[in-house]
Design a protein around this ligand. Structure first.
Ligand code: KIV
Length: 285
């Protein structure tokens, strides 16, 4: 069903998102620039995440660890310019772990300089003090537990989390602590679906799954993965809704070939008109 024009222009608020718990599923996709943000807005995606995954996907880093505040801010501003939806800015590694003051200041930069609607940070009980301080300062925080890419090395690599009793209990404790600290939603990454479902039932705020099964209150994916544009590594939980990389390569190869062979540009793509160019330029040219 089509939403009316004012409805479709309406940005979700934090209470709107919390009220979707157990109801209509939430959707979130990554956006890193204004052009993609416009495309995602047109599809009524609920939330755009300027993820630090841009480190791998756009900037060519091997992980998200090197991503800086300045790099993130550059992309958050671009997404804000292209979107009138709810924009979440991902706090990069060491922008919230060193001190609470740093955490509040950096979250504040995303709000004041980037125009975001919320920030996201990775971790459980250990980041709750930072979450509380950011929320107390008037900003909204999304949590992120399970496979947390900024500290994946400590978790034994990019692996499913919560498979044994100790880590399953820790994940539940982390989710509860984050909710108690004031997050409005929690991303759960790479968690067995049965565990994600139980955690979803036991916390009051919406859970947004990525590789965490259908029992979550919403789903998030990296847009470049969903579109088949990032070929370096495709996690098992990614569903490719399109396979654009071969099409992009084919289109670019055609351009290369046509320029070399002289078939592009042709008359249709040139400003062809009868001009007496010699007269136009004058003899002294
Ligand atoms: O950085 C990111 O894109 C993320 C999502 C995978 C949730 O954190």
């Amino acid at each position: 069903m089509h939403k009316d024009i004012f409805e479709s222009m309406k940005k979700l608020t934090i209470p709107d998102i919390i009220n979707r718990k157990g109801g209509e599923k939430l959707t979130m996709l990554t956006a890193y620039d204004a052009s993609f943000a416009r495309l995602l807005d047109a599809a009524d995606i609920d939330m755009l995440l300027v993820g630090d995954s841009l480190g791998n996907v756009l900037l060519g880093y091997e992980s998200t660890v090197p991503v800086t505040m300045e790099e993130m801010l550059h992309h958050v501003r671009a997404v804000r310019r292209g979107s009138s939806s709810f924009v979440v800015a991902d706090m990069p590694f060491l922008s919230y772990q060193i001190s609470i003051i740093d955490a509040v200041r950096n979250a504040g930069r995303f709000y004041k300089e980037g125009g975001c609607d919320a920030v996201k940070l990775e971790g459980g009980i250990e980041v709750c003090e930072a979450v509380r301080a950011i929320v107390r300062a008037g900003m909204a925080v999304m949590g992120h537990i399970g496979l947390t890419p900024q500290t994946a090395g400590n978790l034994g690599g990019f692996k499913v989390q919560g498979k044994d009793a100790a880590s399953a209990r820790k994940l539940l404790a982390d989710a509860r602590a984050l909710a108690e600290a004031g997050v409005f939603a929690i991303v759960m990454e790479c968690i067995p679906d049965a565990l994600a479902r139980v955690i979803t039932e036991k916390v009051a705020v919406p859970t947004i799954g990525i590789g965490a099964g259908a029992g979550c209150d919403g789903q998030v994916l990296v847009t470049h993965d969903l579109l088949g544009m990032f070929e370096k590594f495709v996690p098992r939980f990614v569903k490719g809704y399109a396979n654009l990389a071969p099409q992009i390569k084919q289109a670019v190869a055609s351009f290369q070939e046509e320029v070399q062979s002289g078939t592009f540009p042709d008359a249709e793509h040139s400003f062809t008109m009868q001009l007496e160019v010699d007269k136009l330029l004058g003899e002294d040219c």
